[in-house]
Design a protein around this ligand. Structure first.
Ligand SMILES: NC(=O)c1ccc[n+]([C@@H]2O[C@H](COP(=O)([O-])OP(=O)(O)OC[C@H]3O[C@@H](n4cnc5c(N)ncnc54)[C@H](OP(=O)(O)O)[C@@H]3O)[C@@H](O)[C@H]2O)c1
Length: 326
């Protein structure tokens, strides 16, 4: 049929993290664009899981591979044009493991001769805050923000491997308000509040599905983004602005509590110290952090990019508002 792209002519994008938030959004973007010239190869450790089966049902090729096993990755990337790779720090809390996984994907991408890899990365905060800087504690002996620093350190592995890479700096998912325990909580006074150690600085945020939509356009534009670092965000908002958006969406007053990083650290949940340092980095290096995440560029890549209010309109019924702060 005129105007359609036959499946044999499609360029394959292998997506690591296809069953997750970032990669899942990319899979949806590619699958929704039947004539876009790209096909999805969804990589998962477990092709039998429900999310993998759902992707297969929508037309994705599902292939088993493990970021810890470079040989499995080489097989999974064979014949792929592009690769999207995200690592999941929160599964193991190890910067070293993220770095080792990044090396495996870079080596496998080189072996497979892929034409374009998007590495979902974050800043190595140690470039701006040396380990002996006592503005924030050092974690695990060698990191300031472990889930950032390992990803940022791994950037060099893609350069060393000589693979054509776009370094994608992502932003705080607004979806964390639903899934990551960062939603409004009800204090002893009965009022809802969100608490971040960001002072009055702006937090770049994004609807997680828009990361995938932006990455898809980066693949479509091909060479224009190879070798570049691209930072994406839906909006840069202060805690007070986020609370005002939540108030409008939920129809109940939500206020922003600008806790100190030390208070946030003491919350004590797994990863609290890492996240406290992360927010402090974003607060104290706010111009740099916001400056590398260009909302206008993100919107050019992804014209359907959601604002926070639009994201809230779609998700407000999922936002918890009953949990009592201990
Ligand atoms: N939350 C935020 O605001 C935010 C913002 C920016 C960046 N990040 C970063 O995003 C990352 C998590 O990404 P996400 O939210 O998309 O994750 P997610 O929804 O939790 O999903 C994790 C994905 O990673 C895959 N995966 C994990 N280990 C793997 C392995 N060894 N081999 C192959 N695949 C593996 C999983 O696939 P299977 O289980 O199917 O194998 C799954 O698809 C974290 O490292 C975090 O630092 C988060």
């Amino acid at each position: 049929m005129e105007g359609t792209v036959s499946s044999v002519d499609k360029k394959i994008i292998a997506v690591v993290g296809a069953t997750g938030s970032q990669g899942g959004g990319l899979c949806q973007a590619i699958l929704a664009d039947a004539n876009g010239g790209f096909a999805v190869r969804a990589i998962t450790r477990d092709p039998g899981k429900e999310k993998a089966k759902a992707l297969a049902a929508k037309g994705a090729e599902v292939v088993q591979a493990d970021l810890d096993n470079v040989e499995s990755l080489k097989k999974a990337l064979a014949g792929a044009h592009g690769v999207y790779c995200v690592t999941n720090f929160w599964e193991h809390f190890s910067g070293e493991k993220e770095i080792a996984q990044a090396k495996n994907i870079a080596d496998a991408a080189r072996a497979a001769g892929v034409k374009h890899i998007i590495w979902s990365t974050l800043e190595d905060t140690r470039r701006w805050m040396a380990l002996d800087d006592d503005r924030m504690p050092t974690i695990m002996g060698k990191y300031k923000v472990p889930h950032f620093d390992g990803k940022g350190e791994a950037n060099q592995l893609f350069i060393d491997a000589g693979v054509p890479t776009t370094f994608l700096l992502t932003s705080f998912y607004w979806d964390n308000l639903i899934h990551f325990g960062m939603g409004p909580r009800r204090g002893g006074d009965g009022r809802l509040r969100i608490s971040f150690p960001m002072g009055d600085q702006k937090l770049p945020g994004i609807a997680v599905r828009d990361i995938g939509g932006s990455a898809y356009e980066i693949f479509k534009q091909g060479g224009a983004f190879i070798g570049r670092t691209v930072g994406i965000a839906g909006e840069h908002l202060t805690g007070a602005e986020m609370a005002a958006g939540l108030t409008r969406a939920l129809g109940e007053d939500v206020h922003y509590e600008a806790v100190s990083p030390a208070t946030y650290r003491r919350l004590g949940f797994p990863g609290a110290a890492d996240l406290a340092n992360m927010f402090q980095f974003k607060r104290d290096f706010n111009e740099l952090f916001c400056g590398t995440r260009d909302v206008a560029l993100t919107r050019r890549l992804n014209p359907s990019l959601l604002t926070f209010d639009q994201w809230l309109a779609q998700h407000k019924t999922q936002i918890p508002r009953g949990a009592i702060l201990s």
